[in-house]
Design a protein. Structure first.
Length: 173
């Protein structure tokens, strides 16, 4: 048994790894994801090998197949996790989809224009209202206008840094 491995057949996960999985789950739950999906994602972020079967995930997380299935029904279509097969193995495996975090952040940033326009319509609706009534909408509008203006440069910087990292062969960022 590995040092600090949790007894009782938790798939070789250490207590520290399981604690990290819970931290990830709680952090993602604060962002609106349900906890089991966060646990699955947390485990897939740190597991070795990076591809895990449904059964391996259920064993490590000590979760029912139904709860893992529910998590996968969200995570796979969301694009955060992908289902793959390995040559010579009939089982399905799951892993974090390469590039998923970047794609998710980019998709979210595409929403900024819509939020800015929504705030703009509200400001137009309240054009004759006192400034204190318009203040909340103005703050929303200003933030999303700024994000919409600045994000292209940030995405370009991210792309360049990733290219430089790949050129250096640095996998730690």
């Amino acid at each position: 048994m590995e040092e600090n491995e949790v007894p009782g057949g938790r798939g070789g996960a250490t207590a520290a790894e399981l604690h990290y999985v819970e931290e990830v789950a709680l952090g993602l739950e604060r962002q609106g994801l349900f906890r089991m999906a966060g646990r699955v994602l947390g485990w897939l972020l740190i597991c070795d090998p990076p591809e895990q079967t449904f059964g391996q995930i259920a064993e490590v997380l000590q979760a029912s197949k139904g709860s893992i299935s529910g998590a996968m029904k969200f995570l796979v279509p969301s694009g955060l996790v992908e289902q793959i097969s390995l040559p010579g193995d009939r089982r399905s495996y799951y892993r974090c989809r390469p590039g998923a975090w970047t794609d998710m952040a980019r998709d979210q940033s595409r929403q900024y224009e819509g939020f800015r326009k929504l705030a703009q319509r509200g400001l137009e609706l309240l054009a004759d209202a006192p400034a204190d009534r318009r203040e909340r909408l103005q703050g929303m509008h200003d933030l999303y206008a700024w994000l919409e203006r600045e994000m292209p440069a940030l995405w370009e910087r991210w792309r360049r840094e990733q290219q430089e990292r790949e050129t250096r062969g640095d996998s730690n960022g």
